[in-house]
Write a new protein. Structure first.
Length: 231
């Protein structure tokens, strides 16, 4: 909030306009307009000392030397976020139900709490999808959460391994490996098909061909027949 901070420094200090502009990252003319009360917008003054951005000692040093450049104080370190569901970008949130449905369908032994942390959703949503009572269930198609960008393959594999170990299933179990290989093959086929379709669409667009209209090959062009030619 540079303008609000500049408002406070103009009203509560004897710093030069150059010092205030440098500290707040503003142009000197902006500070001048704030001091002259000709600025287009007025802001509620913000005390940088209370905000932890400036010390009183630093302010006094700057007031005593017009050429002195104020140094912003290092604020308190932000604590790492260790609890709660994983944050998911807004653009990916619409894909969450499909990712949840895929996990529930292919790995039903994974607890709802673990799915919630992996995808970043609530237990109520997971339970609604698991019991098929979700309000949009008709439009939900199970899709690999890794392909949707909702989680990493490593995190998903770790969750699957933990659930399998808790259920007493050995990861070396032939049935487990067969099912896993089949799922991976199916996912690979879907991704390859999507890639081919995208390449074909891009090629058609580059050639100026409308979607759904096939180009006529040269050898398929009908031969010209002269109606006046003698038979």
């Amino acid at each position: 909030m540079p303008h609000a901070t500049a408002e406070w420094l103009v009203d509560n200090s004897t710093l030069s306009f150059d010092q205030i502009a440098d500290f707040c990252g503003l142009h000197i003319l902006e500070v001048q307009s704030i001091a002259d009360e000709t600025a287009q917008h007025r802001h509620i003054p913000r005390d940088p000392i209370e905000a932890g951005e400036l010390t009183r000692e630093e302010l006094k040093t700057g007031e005593g030397d017009p050429k002195y450049k104020l140094v912003i104080s290092k604020g308190p370190e932000q604590q790492a976020r260790t609890k709660g569901p994983r944050y998911t970008p807004v653009s990916k949130r619409v894909d969450k139900p499909e990712g949840i449905a895929w996990i529930v369908q292919n790995h039903p032994d994974i607890p709802d709490s673990k799915i919630g942390k992996l995808i970043g959703t609530t237990k109520n949503t997971i339970q609604a999808i698991r019991t098929k009572t979700h309000w949009n269930m008709e439009n939900i198609t199970p899709k690999d959460p890794v392909a949707l960008g909702l989680c990493s393959q490593r995190d998903l594999d770790a969750l699957v391994a933990a659930a399998a170990a808790k259920a007493g299933i050995e990861l070396t179990d032939p049935k487990f490996e067969t099912d896993r290989a089949a799922l991976l093959a199916e996912l690979k086929a879907e991704r390859d098909a999507a890639k081919v379709a995208a390449e074909e669409a891009a090629h058609a667009e580059a050639m100026g061909i409308e979607p759904g209209v096939e180009a006529v090959k040269a050898d398929e062009t009908p031969a010209f027949v002269d109606p006046w030619a003698k038979t």
